[in-house]
Design a protein around this ligand. Structure first.
Ligand SMILES: Cc1ncc(COP(=O)(O)O)c(C=O)c1O
Length: 460
């Protein structure tokens, strides 16, 4: 009985570390198969489950020692790097992304929401989309949110609604997903690139004015990896030249810049709810946010076949409505987004704790007064492909965002940019390596990733 009481006490302590059941499972699994490396207590695989749990909770208690507080990060970090010994098994695999783990706790709520949409037969646009639009506008601190079919479509509609088209130029960065440039091309305009800053991987405002000419109509700063671009100087330059600014906030829902949320700083903003995004649908979806009522009205008309009333089309539009099912699901997931973001930030803090002093790895920096939401945790390393291969052999899933900057893509060879045009973006593209980053990632998994990374970097 006392043993159970002590265990219960430790359980509540451990729950404060977050991810309780996942951690405990891993502790026990680890003890059954562990390969103890140093200062290994005398544990045998034959020990009882209770003994293994007790040891796990002791280790967890040790983890509650005050942690180094890094500017901007949560103080109550999860912990595993100070565990008294390594409990990693050689076959502890860590996926790059675990969407199943993300959806499992909300499966029931999601299923009920889908059922509600089926009962209401409100599949294309309709009340569920309207409800989500209100929640999203509220979340982003803006007057209007318009749900559409994808992030790509939201960028395209934003440009189209502002009359940007053939003969116009739109400035963006080469370090982005190709959709940013595609939207510009599909309204008939020409994408023009400016380089990024090495500190934030976002648009370098000091290079912006040199790219502006009489054809320039808009700027699309991209909030890459979940950190916002330096919007104040961008908005000032835009005002001076009468340019329209669309934030590409596809990767940055919930991010902040000097107290303002992504989506609330530009003239309008585009969001993607692709399943792997921080707020992911169960398929494709996107949205546009804005404080401009006329712009919101125009986008609503354009996304619905240019329709002002049933079968009356004032202009040529498109079918860009959001699905009712996606909206209902997104509304549920939006309620949990702040919590998911907190966990992502804790995970980023753990990576920093364990890698800050390690040579050969450049970690992403959070700019002062910004709130990074870590959609992607991309480090920079030399010989990135070899390190990624070594990590894969250790069962760690990594990714590259993005190996070829847009100006060097075959699809954009007509723009006639050469290698060397944007040195910072090109250098970063050759070194970026994205480590696993999702809210459900456990501290033990992070330690496992760090262990494999250090081994890979030391071997080059
Ligand atoms: C920066 C950026 N812009 C635009 C998009 C396009 O969004 P979607 O895939 O929803 O069309 C993405 C999606 O990955 C993105 O990362």
């Amino acid at each position: 009985m006392p043993q159970i009481a002590a265990f219960a006490f430790n359980l509540s302590a451990l729950s404060r570390l977050g991810n309780l059941s996942g951690e405990l499972d891993r502790f026990t699994q680890g003890f059954s198969q562990a390969k103890f490396t140093q200062n290994s207590p005398s544990i045998t695989p034959n020990r009882s489950r209770v003994e293994k749990f007790q040891l796990g909770t002791e280790m967890a208690a040790a983890c509650q020692q005050p942690r180094k507080n890094q500017g901007g990060y949560a103080e109550d970090h999860k912990c595993s790097d100070i565990l008294p010994f390594s409990i990693f098994t050689s076959d502890m695999r860590v996926p790059f992304l675990d969407l199943k783990a993300h959806h499992d706790p909300m499966r029931k709520e999601i299923t009920e929401a889908v059922s509600e949409v089926i009962d209401a037969s409100a599949f294309a646009g309709g009340p569920f989309v309207e409800r989500f639009e209100k929640s999203l506008a509220n979340f982003c601190q803006v007057d209007h949110a318009i749900g559409v079919g994808s992030g790509t479509e939201s960028l395209w509609l934003a440009l189209l609604a502002n009359g940007i088209g053939r003969g116009d130029e739109v400035i963006t960065v080469p370090s982005t997903f190709i959709a940013t440039a595609e939207a510009i091309s599909h309204v008939g305009a020409k994408p023009v690139f400016v380089d990024i800053m090495e500190e934030s991987y976002n648009m370098d405002p000091s290079k912006l004015e040199a790219a502006i000419n009489s054809k320039t109509k808009a700027i699309i700063p991209v909030h890459l990896f979940g950190q916002m671009a330096d919007m104040d100087p961008i908005m000032l330059i835009a005002k001076k030249h009468g340019l329209f600014v669309v934030e590409d906030a596809a990767q940055a829902i919930g991010a902040e810049y000097k107290g303002r949320r992504a989506g609330a700083v530009g003239h309008c903003a585009s969001f993607s709810f692709y399943p792997g995004k921080n707020l992911g649908a169960l398929g494709e979806a996107g949205a546009i946010t804005t404080n401009d009522s006329d712009l919101a009205k125009r986008i609503r008309i354009l996304r619905d076949h240019g329709q002002t009333e049933k079968y009356c089309h004032s202009e040529i539009g498109w079918n860009g409505r959001m699905d009712g099912i996606q909206a209902a699901v997104l509304d549920i997931k939006l309620k949990r987004l702040d919590d998911s973001t907190r966990r992502r930030r804790e995970n980023a803090a753990l990576y920093h704790d364990q890698l800050d002093d390690f040579d050969g790895v450049i970690l992403p920096a959070e700019v002062a007064e910004y709130k990074h939401v870590y959609h992607v945790f991309s480090i920079r390393v030399k010989r990135r492909d070899k390190i990624m291969d070594d990590m894969a052999k250790e069962g760690i899933g990594c990714a590259i965002h993005y190996p070829v900057p847009i100006h060097l893509q075959a699809a954009y060879q007509d723009l006639e940019y050469e290698s060397g045009s944007f040195p910072v973006a090109e250098q970063c593209a050759s070194e970026f390596l994205s480590l696993p980053m999702f809210p459900e990632l456990t501290s033990l998994q992070i330690s496992r990733i760090v262990e494999a990374l250090k081994k890979a970097v030391r071997s080059i």
